[in-house]
Structures are given as C-alpha cells and as structure tokens.
Design a protein around this ligand. Structure first.
Ligand code: DGP
Length: 109
C-alpha cells in the first residue's frame, strides 16, 4: 500500500484540512512555504495520466477553496501536479501541491 493510501486509511497520521467521500487534503510534511498542502483522491490513482475528468475537477476545485481559506486569495499560490520521473513525482498517488504565502520563482530547475 502506498504512503498516501496509509494516510487515507489512518495508519499514518496527517494534519487534515478537508475530507469528503472522494478527496482528502492535508499539510505537506516538508513544507516549501508558509502554505503547503496536498489534495489527493481517496481512490489510488498513481498519476495524473490515469485520472478521469470528474476527479480532476474535484481535486482542483478543492485546492482552490482551501487555498482561499488559508489566505492565498489576494497574492496567489502555486498549484502543481508532478508526474512520474521527469516531473519529479516521488509518491505514486496523484496529488496536487498548493504552495503559497511567499513569492516563488519560475521556471523550476
Ligand atoms: P511529489 O514529489 O510531487 O511526489 O511530492 C510528494 C510530497 O509528499 C512531498 O512534498 C512530501 C509529501 N509527503 C511524503 N510523505 C508524506 C507523509 O507521510 N505525510 C505528509 N503529510 N506528506 C508527505
């Protein structure tokens, strides 16, 4: 079982921000800014490449709502989905990163 599935089942703790039938959001264990949380599907979908339209919409909509609730509406934030090796994905369970609370540089290295 992957690490995010263990978080979903509760065997690994997380700082939960939001949960419904399909989606879980929690703070990243290694924050890259004052705000850094992850939004994941409860169903194990390894990469964005396998995800269907409805769940992608739900994840992104929830990321948007939580970012606003955490104070990112005025100055914005970075919404990122890493995919496989070239994308820098280290946990093979689809997740959206939302990083905010400070200015971020572009492009990534
Ligand atoms: P990525 O490189 O896109 O696959 O990012 C994976 C992220 O997951 C990384 O920012 C750290 C985070 N992460 C890994 N393990 C855990 C964990 O056990 N708990 C939490 N809250 N975050 C984790």
């Amino acid at each position: 079982m992957c690490i995010f599935c263990k978080i979903i089942e509760g065997s690994i703790p997380c700082q939960k921000l939001y949960e419904d039938e399909e989606v879980l959001a929690f703070h990243d264990v290694s924050p890259q800014g004052p705000v850094h949380f992850l939004v994941i599907p409860k169903r194990h979908i390894p990469h964005i490449l396998e995800a269907e339209q409805d769940i992608l919409g739900n994840l992104l909509f929830r990321a948007q709502k939580i970012a606003g609730a955490l104070g990112c509406a005025e100055k914005g934030a970075r919404f990122v989905i890493n995919c496989k090796a070239d994308g820098g994905q280290t946990v093979d369970h689809l997740h959206i990163h939302v990083i905010g609370g400070r200015p971020l540089s572009w492009p990534p290295g």
